[in-house]
Design a protein around this ligand. Structure first.
Ligand SMILES: [Zn+2]
Length: 330
């Protein structure tokens, strides 16, 4: 019995939410399935309940974004961090966005963790040559280090936004420290570029619901996540960055890349050209949000442009990493 439970659990861990839910539903009338593993199947199940109840679980409940080290975006166990987000849920006063629902083929390219002394200038040149506007989620201490690049980002028409002072996992920090991380960065962006940022992106996507609402009240920040994670920081393979982005981006997508890795920027010419060839138009995140049509179900979007022709593997990992939130509200 215990082993049956463990198998279910193991299966669930690797099975997309919807399927898992269906299986649970099918099982539940008869046998009490492992959704709340009997006391016996003690250890592995820990994961399960969180997963199964992902739609509701509060951020803080899941301790885990842990494995991140340096730059990075998403812990492998990303569902953890994101599960709770009301992606595109609340219509009127939406604070968090992972993607938008738009009428045209608009997408937002976002670049995190810079400015970087050599990679950001390369990227800026590529963007300028294509007249593409992007959004830069900058780290405050890098702005302090490369003020000229921050100014150039703004001067060339891109959006600049807050990505903390030195990239800690904010969801595990006390309010005073979080305030300091965001305020210092807010200030250095403002002082350096003259622009008051209106968006923030938490490192690793780790920001509790309460923190989001507090940051929104304090600085007016919208919390910007993403629906397309290039995982560039992890595989560092330009061709992979390109293919993940090309096969998963759809109208309204917010695409995550890091402009601190040479391999990421190496991928950008082909990626940007590939997206343009598919008919996508590039806007900043704020512009994308301005076009957002709240209440439109996420499902309606993909039809618009393209269906991911992607390798199933890539599509799946993207889904798992970047979309649990979206999935949870469907
Ligand atoms: Zn980051």
């Amino acid at each position: 019995m215990a082993s049956f439970a463990v198998r279910i659990v193991n299966y669930m861990i690797r099975t997309p939410l919807a399927v898992t839910a269906a299986i649970l539903a099918a099982l539940s009338p008869t046998k009490k399935p492992a959704s709340h593993p009997a006391p016996k199947a003690s250890e592995p199940p820990a994961e399960v309940p969180a997963r199964a109840s992902a739609p509701v679980a509060p951020v803080a409940a899941k301790p885990e974004p842990v494995k991140e080290e340096a730059p990075a975006a998403e812990p492998q166990h990303a569902p953890v961090v994101k599960a709770p987000l009301p992606t595109t849920a609340a219509a009127p006063s939406q604070i968090t966005y992972s993607q938008c629902h738009v009428d045209g083929p608009y997408v937002a390219m976002t670049f995190d963790d810079g400015p970087h002394g050599s990679q950001t200038p390369r990227l800026l040149k590529m963007l300028q040559q294509r007249n593409i506007k992007a959004t830069f989620f900058v780290v405050g201490k890098c702005v302090a280090q490369y003020p000229e690049l921050a100014k150039q980002i703004v001067a060339e028409g891109h959006e600049i936004a807050n990505h903390s002072w030195d990239h800690p996992l904010l969801s595990k920090m006390a309010e005073g420290s979080v305030r300091e991380q965001l305020q210092k960065t807010h200030d250095v962006i403002k002082q350096t570029t003259g622009v008051t940022p209106t968006l923030m992106r938490p490192p690793y996507g780790g920001f509790t619901v309460n923190q989001r609402s507090w940051a929104n009240g304090t600085w007016g920040y919208k919390c910007i996540l993403w629906d397309v994670d290039s995982l560039d920081w992890q595989h560092k393979t330009p061709a992979k960055t390109e293919s993940i982005i090309l096969s998963n981006t759809k109208a309204g997508s917010i695409v995550l890349v890091h402009d601190i890795h040479k391999t990421s920027i190496d991928a950008m010419e082909a990626t940007l050209d590939g997206l343009a060839k598919k008919g996508f138009k590039f806007v900043t995140v704020s512009e994308l949000i301005a076009m957002n049509k709240p209440g439109t179900p996420a499902k309606t979007k993909p039809a618009k442009t393209l269906a991911p022709s992607a390798g199933a593997a890539a599509a799946t990992s993207i889904d798992e990493l970047a979309r649990p939130a979206a999935a949870s509200i469907r």
